[in-house]
Write a protein that binds this ligand. Structure first.
Ligand code: PMP
Length: 453
């Protein structure tokens, strides 16, 4: 079928390339593969301008979309708010939806995290958390010069300079220095393939011990915070052992270092609970959130902390024009309401078990699949060229699997040595089955084409 948009496509593509800076994809890659220009979406389905249909098993390429496309209820909640009072500014000016959302977040956050600062993006949330930690120590007076932050290998915490300075993810890390000084990185407890080939438990223990050593090296009196994603995205859904976060929590408490859990991806049900830190039995001092907070309908993010920390600071020195934007607050309230009403968190937990079993049974015998791991609606298929040594592919094999899945109509992404799947929480079992079937076909095709049989 030829549509109006079909005939527009070449001009649209040219205009995009003439006028947009496309990030994180090389210009040569864009010249070869072009851009995906999406025209509409419904549920987990997306259609491009030239009417190609995709099953979105990523929750949009940012993982934010937990409730699918075209949700009228969220759109209406935002519309109703915008035509009433869309935005009043920040500081001592707010609106009822912001207060209601702060109240609601306090109810669903772990422990006594009940003081909220609203922002619009994950990067702003992380910046806000770093500022909060530094201002807390300064105000409390016990270690007023604490400015250093410890982060981890492979971490991604956002794109602004403060965030980048605690980020180690290769594609964005190599910007011209100097970055914000005082930050250092320790190993992260990656599973399946750790540098010493020890068990996951031993490696996690070593990583926690590294934290203690790094604190000694940097001087606890200089360190404001330790930051980490409870489940790391880089290298594909890295779920640490149960003990890891408990040890980290103990070490941070012992040295009066604030523990920041960056839940920008893991928050709001992606892993089957409101926040992933719950699953490790810890209460961080600060949690950052964004993405699924508004299911991607409008930009929304937040920093949450404990009353003791918020109350210690006479005036929080941080401000963003769109802090607590009423439309974003209305969207986030509606998103939480829908997730509660539809029981989407427990559905995600059950679907997670189902999807993992289905992936393992369909892919377990593939000569190039090393491990399938994941939780809730977040899974990774980790590839290896040698199951005995777990050697990763250093070539384009993983990308070839991703491209083949795209050609077969299923959107996933290649991250490190893995394919990552993060379906919206509304995905049906049939849609998950379809994704597994396409993954199996694509992996089989790529593995045969590359001589693995
Ligand atoms: N922290 C984490 C863990 C993230 O995954 C991201 C985004 N991928 C960010 C922070 C930054 O969020 P944003 O892109 O909304 O600024």
């Amino acid at each position: 079928m030829t549509t109006q948009s079909d005939s527009n496509l070449p001009a649209l593509l040219k205009s995009a390339l003439d006028h947009m800076i496309i990030p994180i994809v090389s210009q040569s890659e864009i010249a070869t593969n072009g851009l995906s220009i999406y025209a509409r979406g419904e549920g987990c389905r997306l259609w491009t301008e030239d009417n190609r249909e995709y099953l979105d098993m990523l929750g949009s390429p940012t993982r934010a979309n937990t409730l699918g496309y075209g949700n009228q209820e969220i759109a209406k909640a935002v519309y109703d708010q915008l035509v009433n009072v869309h935005f009043v500014g920040t500081a001592a000016n707010t609106t009822e939806p912001a207060i209601r959302l702060a109240e609601k977040l306090s109810e669903i956050l772990p422990g006594d995290l009940s003081r909220i600062f609203f922002v619009s993006t994950g990067s702003e949330a992380v910046e806000g958390a770093l500022k909060l930690a530094k201002q807390y120590h300064q105000a409390k007076g016990k270690k007023p010069r604490a400015y250093k932050v410890i982060s981890r290998w492979n971490a991604y915490h956002g794109a602004t300079m403060g965030c980048l300075s605690v980020t180690d993810w290769l594609p964005v890390r190599n910007i011209p220095d100097p970055r914000v000084p005082g930050n250092s990185f320790i190993p992260s407890p990656t599973r399946y393939r750790n540098p010493f080939g020890v068990t996951d438990e031993v490696w996690a223990e070593m990583c926690a011990t590294y934290l203690e050593k790094q604190i000694e090296l940097e001087g606890p009196e200089n360190i404001a915070a330790f930051i980490g994603e409870p489940i790391m995205q880089a290298h594909g859904v890295q779920i640490p052992t149960q003990n890891y976060w408990r040890r980290v929590r103990e070490i941070c408490t012992k040295h009066d270092i604030l523990l920041i859990c960056d839940e920008v991806i893991t928050g709001f049900g992606r892993t089957g609970t409101w926040f992933a830190s719950e699953q490790f039995g810890i209460v961080p001092d600060i949690i950052t959130m964004a993405k699924a907070m508004s299911a991607g309908y409008v930009p929304a993010g937040a920093v949450a902390t404990r009353p003791e920390i918020a109350d210690a600071i006479p005036m929080y020195r941080n401000v963003h024009t769109y802090s607590g934007h009423a439309g974003a607050m209305a969207a986030s309230l509606k998103v939480i309401e829908i997730k509660e009403r539809e029981g989407l968190l427990s559905k995600a937990r059950n679907n997670g078990v189902y999807l993992q079993e289905a992936l393992r049974s369909a892919l377990g015998s593939s000569p190039i699949v090393g491990e399938v791991r994941g939780i809730g609606h977040w899974h990774a298929i980790d590839f290896t060229s040698d199951k005995a040594t777990k050697a990763p592919f250093e070539d384009e094999t993983v990308k070839a699997v991703m491209n083949s899945m795209h050609e077969k109509g299923v959107l996933v992404t290649a991250i490190g040595h893995s394919i990552e799947m993060s379906p919206p929480l509304i995905a049906s079992r049939e849609e998950l089955d379809k994704a597994v079937e396409v993954a199996a076909a694509a992996i089989d095709e790529v593995s045969k084409a590359r001589g693995f049989g």
